[in-house]
Design a protein around this ligand. Sequence first.
Ligand code: FA5
Length: 350
Amino acid sequence: MDEKIIGLKKKFEDELEKIENLSDLESIRVAYLGKKGSVTDLLKGMKELSNEEKKEFGQKVNELKGAVADRIAEKTKELKEKEIEAEINLMPEFDLSMPASTERGSYHPITLVQRECERIFKSMGFTVEDYSEIVTDYECFESLNIPKHHPARDMQDTYYLENGQLLKSQTSAAQNAIYKKYRDALVNDGVPIKAIFPGRCFRNEATDACHENTFFQMEGVMVDKNISISNLIYFMKTMLSEVFQKDIKVRLRPGFFPFVEPGFELDISCLICGGEGCPSCKHSGWLELCPCGMIHPEVLKAGGIDPEEYTGFAFGLGLTRLVMMKYGIKDIRDLNGGSLKSLSQFTDDE
Ligand code: FA5
C-alpha cells in the first residue's frame, strides 16, 4: 500500500510541475482531492487491511492529503503572483520626471454665464440654491397648480423613470421646496425669500436652432409683503443690463403659466440678426428669454405661505438662450455638441 501512496505523490508532483494557470490547477485539485479524486480513492482499498494496518494507512493517506493541499496552495500563490506581474508588464510605462502638459482647459460658456448671473443676483441679496435633476410629479407639476391632465403639461413632455419620477422639465420644480425651506424665516423673522436656482432641464423636444432636449434655466423667486410687478421688472432689467453690459431692447407681453397670475413673456430683441429675423429667433426678430409673473396664490399655499399676507414674483430665465445671445451663437445645439474646438472660441481660461 505504501508504494501506492509514494507512486501517487510522484504522479501528482509531475503533473503539478506542468501546470501554468489557475484553471488547470483547479482541475488537478479536483482530480486528487475531490470526492472521487485519486487520494480519496486510496481509502477504498482499506477494506482488506487489518485494524492496525488500517490505522497506519489511514494516517499516511491523511498526511498525503495535507501535503497535496499545501502544494496546491503554494502553486496558487505562485500563479497569482505571475498573473499580477504579467498585468504590470502590460501597463504603459510612466515617466514621472516628464513635465506636466501646459495646455489648460476652459469653462463652458454656460458655466461662465451662470456664474455671472449668480454674482449679479447674490449682490442683490439672493441666495443660490441647488436642486435635483430627478423630481416627482408633485414638484414639477402639481405643486405648481398644474394638476394631472392639465393641458399645460403638453408643452413640457419630458423623460419618465419607471418609478414615476421624471427628469425636471423646468427649474420651477424647485419652487415648492424653496418656499418650505424659508417660510419660517419669512413668517417668524420677516426675512424675505430671495432665491435663484439654476439647473439643467429636459424636454422631449424636436430640436432646432433654438430648442434642445437638454438645456439650462435659472429660476428666481422673491416673496415678501407688498411685492409687486414693479419689483419684478426692476430685477429683470438690472440682470439683463449687467449681463450684456449694454442697453438691450426688451418687450413684455402677456403669457400663460398656471403658476403665475398675471404671467408675462419677457423677450429680447435677437442679437444674432439685430431684430431682422433669422433661424435663431424663428424669424420673428425676438427671442423668448424669461417668462415671469406674480406667484399664483395656490402655489404659495402649497408652499405653506399665506397668500392673503404675502405676494411674490417668479421668473424662469432661459440660461442657454441667454448664452446664445451673449456670445452670438447661432445654433443652440453647438453648446451641447462637446466640440472643444468650437466651444473654446467663446471661453477664456479662468
Ligand atoms: C417655463 O419653463 C416656466 N417654468 C418659466 C416660468 C418660471 C414662468 C416662473 C413663470 C414663472 P418656458 O417653457 O417658456 O417656461 O421656458 C422658459 C425659458 O426656457 C424659455 O423662454 C426659453 O428661454 C427656455 N427654453 C424652454 N424650452 C427650451 C428648449 N427646448 N431649449 C432651450 N431653451 C428652452
